[in-house]
Design a protein around this ligand. Structure first.
Ligand SMILES: [Ca+2]
Length: 183
């Protein structure tokens, strides 16, 4: 084998190794960006449910109907939580406020906080502001719709919505977007 043949063989080997590597990455999805889609939790709960009506339970924020809303008792920093049943990376959360109601009800959505945890919050118990991983905190009135985008690394099984205010909590809908790690 002369020098030129030797060089050709070396380049061929390199190309084969590169192709193998490419195939492996494609199989593992390593070159693809993760696909973000809507996460649809089946289970939700909240610190308490206002006793006047059973239809204001936590699941009212996941029923796809902007006319139904959750309603807690008055708490300092009331919270709502969805159990996503698995660990997800959260990219975006859309919170729709209740449409109408008693005077000032819309203003209960003040100082929105969105976060995740791998520890299930306990119904009936306060949730400390520093007890979960924060996606975003939005000071002031949320308005009709609050949209928060999470930085990379926000992941967990439980999606938490909290308002830093002493009031009832009323939200009509929560939509969660993210992705799960590939196996
Ligand atoms: Ca609803």
């Amino acid at each position: 084998m002369n020098k030129s043949e030797d060089e050709t063989k070396r380049l061929d080997d390199l190309e084969k190794r590169f192709q193998n590597l490419e195939q492996q990455l494609n199989i593992q999805g390593g070159v693809d960006k993760p696909e973000v889609s809507e996460i649809k939790p089946k289970d939700a709960f909240q610190i308490s449910t206002f006793s006047n009506s059973g239809v204001q339970a936590a699941g009212s924020a996941l029923d796809g109907n902007d006319d139904t809303f959750v309603h807690t008792n008055v708490h300092t920093n009331p919270w709502w939580c969805a159990d996503m049943q698995d660990v997800y990376h959260i990219k975006r959360v859309v919170v729709t406020n209740r449409k109408e109601g008693s005077q000032g009800a819309l203003d209960r959505a003040t100082n929105l906080r969105v976060g995740v945890s791998n520890t299930r919050p306990q119904v009936g118990q306060d949730l400390a502001l520093d007890s979960y991983m924060l996606c975003a905190a939005e000071p002031g009135l949320m308005g009709p719709v609050g949209i928060v985008d999470c930085p990379d690394g926000v992941s967990g099984q439980y999606l938490i919505i909290q308002f830093e205010i002493t009031a009832h909590m009323n939200i009509a809908e929560i939509k969660i977007y993210g992705y799960k790690d590939k196996l």
